[in-house]
Write a protein that binds this ligand. Structure first.
Ligand SMILES: [Zn+2]
Length: 250
């Protein structure tokens, strides 16, 4: 969630998803192939695992041939697409198609995660010590000694009120020094942004600003609603919360 992938950190590949998270297809050129199945492209719509958001899946198509993308990760600053079989070569012109249903759920979950973390951190002063988005739920760890179910429910209810409203989300870059002046722009206890001159900010307008490299929806109304699943204590100063998102009443 609290991004490890920022503009400027990727060398060979233009990360199209950072600019337009709604791109479902793109053309690309294969620039590198490692061990037959690990593909680097000149540009990509596939999000690599990182910052608590899972990787995208989908297809890379060359002519009539389909290569299924089974994993996408970032290795040595490069976005590497693992495909299910060998055959792609450097210089190949390909067409990429995202598994949009999977990605869009992650976008909704990721923006919901920012909203929820913002409310909990404001309410309690906690930091986020861990966060993972999964297909069916979102997990958070907060640095809290006491975890009051009432406070968490209050945050869930507040989030669900905001999710009904027409509140846009924007993302843009800021110079590092300017970005780091924003209160609460880094909520993750240990994940301070890398030492690069510009940071990507994801802003839920009027609610939260967060340094982040993930993919987000454009409006809170796309998310639906948050349902609290579980709260558990994982130690003296670590409390874990699970929630799911579900379609709201439109
Ligand atoms: Zn995030």
């Amino acid at each position: 969630m609290f991004g490890t992938i920022f503009f400027g950190a990727v060398y060979l590949t233009k990360a199209l998803y950072l600019q337009d998270s709604y791109l479902k297809e793109c053309d690309a050129t294969v620039v590198k192939v490692t061990d037959g199945k690990y593909i680097v492209l000149d540009q990509t719509i596939f999000y690599p695992k990182g910052g608590g958001q899972p990787w995208d899946t989908g297809k890379i198509i060359r002519g009539e041939e389909v290569f299924n993308v089974v994993y996408v990760g970032k290795f040595g600053g490069e976005i590497s697409h693992e495909v299910d079989r060998e055959g792609l070569k450097e210089g190949d012109r390909v067409h990429c198609i995202l598994n949009w249903e999977r990605r869009y759920k992650f976008m909704r979950s990721h923006t919901a995660a920012h909203l929820f973390a913002s409310l909990v951190c404001n309410e309690t002063g906690a930091l986020v010590t861990g966060n993972q988005i999964e297909e069916d739920k979102v997990r958070f760890d907060f640095s809290l000694e006491r975890l009051d179910r009432g406070i968490i429910m209050k945050c869930v209810n507040k989030a669900n009120e905001l999710l009904k409203r027409n509140i846009p989300i924007r993302w843009y870059e800021l110079p590092r020094e300017e970005a780091l002046k924003i209160p609460g722009v880094v909520k993750m206890a240990k994940a301070f942004p890398p030492n690069i001159p510009r940071l990507r900010i994801v802003e839920i307008v009027g609610v939260d600003k967060q340094a982040d490299g993930g993919t987000h929806v454009k409006n809170l109304r796309e998310i639906g609603r948050i349902r609290l699943l579980k709260i558990e204590s994982k130690g003296k100063r670590n409390k874990r919360v699970y929630f799911a998102i579900e379609d709201g009443v439109k």
